[in-house]
Design a protein around this ligand. Structure first.
Ligand code: MG
Length: 206
């Protein structure tokens, strides 16, 4: 399986990092070793500086698809949840400045946290009218609405599938709203979607 992550999919987050709002989706990959399955502790790496949280809607692909039309794309989603795209921000900034790939900052072990509650994508649901919220130790640090995605989930699936075959088990992280910030050992992160807690993760030192 592979983890496909979308960058800069909410204008307010693109702006908070000083990036232009994209005209087509930006994506990158994380390996399977990045995934932190439900119930596993989130361990922060000790050799990458400050690690930031990015709260994202995550969709799981349940079929094989290439060149998927946008109007059929949601049929390839088996379930969805919330996840955290962990980012070594200073390392990423350094790589971006040099025009180098981001993997060291984005694809490290444990950098793709997934929520412990997965919901089936019911017929007719398009994930365009949900609110998402991340609480760090009980305080809200990120809030967003999926209608503010620059490219909705169906378009992301269609776009990525033009370049790589999607396979069952693939995960797509659909981008983060503004409010990204540091994670520390001892933190508890809770992700809510439409008021329902889908993610509950304790952070420890790696
Ligand atoms: Mg992200």
């Amino acid at each position: 399986m592979k983890v496909i992550c979308i960058g800069r999919n909410y204008a307010d987050h693109a702006k908070e990092l000083g990036n232009a709002v994209p005209h087509e989706p930006v994506f990158f990959l994380k390996p399977e070793t990045a995934v932190v399955y439900p119930g596993k502790p989130v361990k922060l790496p000790t050799n990458l500086g400050e690690i930031h949280h990015e709260l994202e809607v995550v969709v799981a692909i349940d079929g094989y698809g290439k060149d998927i039309p946008a109007n059929m794309a949601l049929g390839f989603v088996g379930w969805y949840t919330l996840g955290l795209d962990l980012t070594a921000r200073a390392v990423q900034n350094e790589l971006k400045a040099k025009g180098l790939p981001w993997e060291k900052a984005k694809a490290f072990d444990g950098s793709a946290v997934i929520g412990d509650v997965a919901l089936p994508l019911a017929a007719g649901m398009d994930l365009r009218s949900s609110s998402i919220e991340l609480r760090r130790n009980g305080t809200v640090v990120q809030e967003g609405r999926t209608r503010d995605m620059i490219f909705p989930v169906a378009e992301l699936i269609a776009y990525v599938s033009q370049y790589m075959t999607l396979e069952p088990g693939d995960l797509i992280y659909t981008g983060t709203p503004s409010g990204v910030g540091p994670m520390e050992p001892g933190d508890i992160f809770e992700g809510y979607m439409d008021g329902k807690r889908l993610l509950n993760s304790a952070v420890s030192k790696g």
